[in-house]
Design a protein around this ligand. Structure first.
Ligand code: SF4
Length: 475
């Protein structure tokens, strides 16, 4: 295998004029001038490169600004990477089914809230009950910390204001669970947010809703009014809706916080974590709609068995949502999704979307349990599954992954801004998983600022690793 890692002079570099970051409003102003009202037709990669050159800003930054302002939404490729949720109702592979097959259990969630609110110290009582939930510390880890310790940190950080944010993970294709829950279980989501407000002492809650689903707002308003009428929404806790265009930077939560503050959705450096300095520098807990919807059930039963709603993406024969628990294996889910097509036409599974991992057949008996998946070197950025068909050329698949990275990167840091471009250049030149391509992606993963840049190279690197041992392809 050739060891031809590029020298500095061989790495494609934008012209000096295009490298200076510009303030977002200035870019938006120039975009308006350049596009002259032509903001409904989607622009090609060549168009974006040309626009960025004439504006004199990095292409990734120009794309990020365009994705932020609704007036330019028709020009971005964002929607092309995000298939819509199929109409079919969710299926269940777990017994007993929880969120999808049982009736909306909002009333009992509300009575639990009322009972808690009447205790002498609701926040302390809730903290005790959260830390006693069996399985919660195992199944709901984020940035290496369990849910109850993250919330405890937000509660303990001195501040006059605290925030609770509910997102739908709209930045990752196939993350349909949030959208489904806001539509079908809004009361449970609101109840979960009220528990979070009680736990950390928050005065404001924000639900992020993709602009293509603004019809959900009326359901959320009704559910909020019901919670207030039932006397469970604290008087000093307000819930509002923030419309997003997808979710900035593939759902990176610090980018979402910037967007809510009215800034361009660029990722922030960590630490500090949002629990310490989130919205406007105040302690903030950011959780998915699914976490909030499941919380009342966990508090009632004292158990978390790792149930999740997984998005099954095309080209599975039966795409849609399926509910699983931590004992269900990748093979079981894939068999259910493949239907009569079976698994013989699948070379690998993409677990966790564009930022997740590739799982080859020898790993398909791994259960969808976070800890077990990680031991098997499968890192699921979220819980969605898509098949890589047998015979899929590496170059086509990798190009699609890199184009996604190009269209979603915020452009703040150099490796993630230029890395996909350099990798695409290498791919176009060789069409193969070369050593040089691996070096470029390794560098991006090792040096990028946030999870987006650190994670999108992973599945491509896994295919390259596979190819080293089976040069005929991934299968
Ligand atoms: S890695 Fe850097 S450029 Fe990429 S999304 Fe994160 S902050 Fe933006």
């Amino acid at each position: 295998m050739p060891n031809d890692f590029p020298t500095a002079s061989a790495v494609p570099c934008p012209a000096p004029a295009a490298r200076e970051p510009r303030p977002a409003p200035a870019i938006a102003h120039r975009l308006r001038q350049e596009l002259r009202g032509q903001t409904t037709a989607r622009l090609s990669d060549g168009d974006w490169a040309q626009l960025a050159a004439s504006i004199g800003a990095p292409e990734a930054q120009v794309r990020t600004v365009a994705a932020f302002f609704e007036e330019f939404s028709g020009t971005t490729a964002h929607g092309a990477h995000f298939p819509s949720r199929p109409d079919a109702p969710p299926r269940s592979l777990t017994t007993p089914p929880q969120l999808i097959a049982t009736a909306d259990d909002t009333t009992s969630a509300f009575s639990l809230l009322k009972t808690l609110a009447t205790t002498e110290n609701p926040a302390a009582t809730l903290a005790g009950r959260l830390s006693a939930i069996e399985g919660l510390a195992r199944h709901r880890i984020k940035a290496g910390r369990g849910l109850s310790s993250r919330w405890a940190e937000a509660a303990a950080t001195p501040a006059a204001e605290r925030f609770v944010i509910c997102h739908t993970d709209a930045g990752n294709p196939g993350s349909w669970s949030g959208e489904w829950l806001l539509e079908h279980r809004p009361g449970l989501v609101i109840a979960g947010m009220c528990f979070a407000a009680l736990a950390i002492g928050a005065g404001e809650g924000v639900i992020c809703v993709d602009r293509s689903h603004l019809s959900l707002i009326s359901r959320l308003r009704t559910a909020t009014e019901q919670a207030r009428a039932a006397g469970v929404l604290p008087d000093d806790f307000e819930i509002s809706v923030f419309p997003t265009f997808g979710s900035p930077v593939g759902g990176e939560e610090t980018a979402l916080l910037n967007a809510i503050e009215g800034r361009v959705g660029e990722a922030r450096s960590r630490p500090p974590e949002p629990e310490v300095a989130g919205i406007f520098g105040k302690p903030t807990v950011v959780e998915s709609a699914e976490i909030f919807a499941r919380l009342p059930g966990w508090l009632r039963s004292g158990r978390d068995d790792g149930q999740r709603l997984i998005g099954l993406l095309p080209p599975f024969a039966q795409p849609g949502l399926v509910e699983i628990d931590a004992t269900v294996t990748l093979r079981q889910v894939a068999s259910d999704a493949a239907g009569a097509d079976g698994l013989s036409s699948i070379a690998a599974l993409t677990v966790g979307g564009r930022f997740g991992s590739l799982a080859f057949p020898e790993k398909w008996d791994t259960p969808l349990d976070l800890e077990t998946l990680r031991k098997a070197r499968i890192e699921p950025a979220n819980f969605s599954l898509s098949p890589v068909p047998q015979g899929q050329p590496f170059s086509d698949w990798a190009r699609d992954q890199l184009n996604f990275a190009m269209s979603e990167t915020c452009g703040r840091c150099l490796p993630c801004r230029l890395g996909p471009l350099a990798a695409l250049g290498e791919l176009d030149a060789s069409g193969e998983p070369t050593h040089r391509l691996r070096e470029i992606l390794d560098t991006v993963a090792a040096t990028s600022l946030c999870g987006f840049g650190r994670d999108f190279p992973r599945p491509i690197l896994q295919w390259i690793e596979r190819w080293r041992h089976q040069p005929a392809g991934a299968s």
